[in-house]
Ligand binder design. Structure first.
Ligand SMILES: Cc1cc2nc3c(=O)[nH]c(=O)nc-3n(C[C@H](O)[C@H](O)[C@H](O)COP(=O)(O)OP(=O)(O)OC[C@H]3O[C@@H](n4cnc5c(N)ncnc54)[C@H](O)[C@@H]3O)c2cc1C
Length: 429
């Protein structure tokens, strides 16, 4: 029997899922619906650009598809640690044993797309860009999509997969069904992308560079394979200096006063672009289940969007696909059994990841220093006595596939300490 799958959202999760399912055999026929244009044909959007760091979870998921990790690596830079730039001009370096591969989110989607269309023709795979899901009829198993021109069309499915990101339309429709609950929370920080196409100064290669100031504003910058530098500036939602900047001069002055090293990198054109760039919000999603009946499932950010503080959103989205593929093996391609068990197996990890992402990374200066010291100490102790001491929190998240719920259990004390301190810090702003 042929299973007709409708995947809504051609982000990293939806595209990797298509690879996995099509590899399973002729019984899968896939239509992917994406509201944006084909990223391979539109100019690279500088306003929405941000780099993603892929660790072991994401890499392991990509490696299962022959040729995919090689294609992703060709667009990535390997980073072997973080360089924390302090206000006094000195730096602290945290090194890593395993490299992270960093690349732009859109480039990751392009690598996944290129390989998909190379491997499968439209007898089994059809990708519909510029097609936004607006309605789902769960009884008729039919999804409604809209093109720019307001032209609407419908598509039938046996299984609908919502991989349409943090603001998922599929999830919004699931919220109208019985027993499905979803909590949507705006994270305390917002962000703007930073993009420096032709930097005149180089940042040390192979490192993730960070700067922070006492009001909770953070900058993360990375070298890109094409010689540019990109990253983001995060700042507290309610009280920050960024939203009050109104001219290019004010932007430049802000960087000169608070982040002088970044100011040196930033030409006037970028200060101007930064000013115009929209502020993006970060959402945390917690759902009580990820499936509905025998025909709908959510994955990736649609199911469990988290803040980027630990760099796990995309890694976990790609890992979802591996979990689902294992379930299809276990249940011999019985989709209804696989989606039900996907909820059972994955939802506790999604919730644990949300808790870790919100409360494992400290906002206060004092706890931040403790965090760095703990990282170093854990690295040493784990190296000497691997049976008795866990790796550092970042390493266990990025270099292993230990389930998130187990990580949360192991680091419960630290998470609760940071949660209290962060709550106090943000309420005093
Ligand atoms: C600043 C920043 C930095 C980050 N850094 C990292 C990192 O270092 N490491 C990491 O692992 N993660 C990181 N993340 C998180 C990561 O970007 C996401 O977790 C990841 O992109 C999720 O993939 P996805 O496929 O589930 O969703 P998305 O990438 O959001 O893709 C969803 C797709 O669905 C489409 N869509 C949406 N609505 C509809 C609709 N109604 N109809 C049709 N299509 C629709 C969208 O256009 C999009 O293409 C970061 C996120 C941000 C914002």
């Amino acid at each position: 029997m042929v299973n007709k799958l409708a995947i809504v959202g051609a982000g990293p999760c939806g595209l990797l899922l298509a690879h996995y399912l099509l590899r399973r055999g002729e019984q899968y026929q896939i239509d992917i619906y994406e509201r944006r244009n084909d990223p391979r044909t539109v100019p690279f959007s500088k306003s929405r650009t941000f780099p993603i760091a892929l660790g072991n979870r994401g890499i392991a998921a990509l490696q299962k598809i022959p040729g995919l990790m090689e294609a992703v690596k060709a667009m990535s830079l390997a980073t072997t640690g973080s360089m924390i730039h302090q206000p006094n001009g000195k730096t602290r370096t945290i090194t890593r044993k395993e490299p992270l591969f960093t690349l732009d989110r859109t480039n990751l989607a392009i690598a996944l797309l290129n390989q998909l269309v190379e491997k499968y023709d439209n007898s089994r795979l059809n990708i519909h860009f510029n097609s936004q899901c607006t309605q789902v009829d769960f009884v008729a198993k039919q999804v409604t999509l809209q093109r720019d021109s307001a032209e609407k069309f419908t598509a039938d499915y046996d299984l609908l997969v919502g991989t349409d990101g943090a603001n998922s339309a599929v999830r919004d429709h699931l919220c109208t069904t019985e027993l499905f609950e979803c909590q949507k929370q705006y994270y305390r920080n917002e962000y703007k992308s930073i993009y420096i196409p032709n930097p005149t100064i180089n940042l040390q290669p192979g490192k993730i560079h960070t700067w922070r100031i006492d009001d909770g504003t953070n900058i993360i910058l990375l070298n890109q394979p094409d010689g540019s530098i990109s990253g983001v500036i995060y700042f507290p939602q309610h009280k920050n200096q960024i939203t009050s900047l109104t001219t290019t001069e004010e932007v430049q002055q802000f960087f000169h006063q608070n982040f002088p090293e970044v100011a040196q990198l930033m030409p006037q054109s970028e200060a101007e672009a930064l000013l115009k760039r929209p502020i993006s919000q970060v959402i945390t999603i917690r759902c009580n289940r990820y499936h509905y009946d025998d025909s709908v499932v959510l994955m990736g950010d649609a199911a469990h969007a988290v803040s980027p503080s630990l760099g796990q959103g995309c890694n976990s989205a790609l890992e979802d696909v591996v979990v689902f593929d294992n379930l299809l093996d276990e249940y011999v391609d019985d989709l209804a059994a696989a989606i039900e068990n996907f909820s059972i197996r994955r939802q506790p990890d999604g919730d644990a990841l949300a808790e870790l992402s919100e409360n494992a990374f400290p906002a206060t200066k004092g706890l931040f220093l403790e965090f760095i010291l703990r990282q170093r100490l854990s690295q040493i102790l784990h190296q000497l006595f691997p049976q008795r001491f866990l790796p550092s929190l970042f390493e266990v998240l990025s270099d292993t596939t230990v389930p998130y719920r187990k990580i949360l259990q192991s680091y419960e004390g630290w998470v609760s300490k940071v949660k209290n301190a962060n709550n106090q810090f943000y309420s005093n702003l």
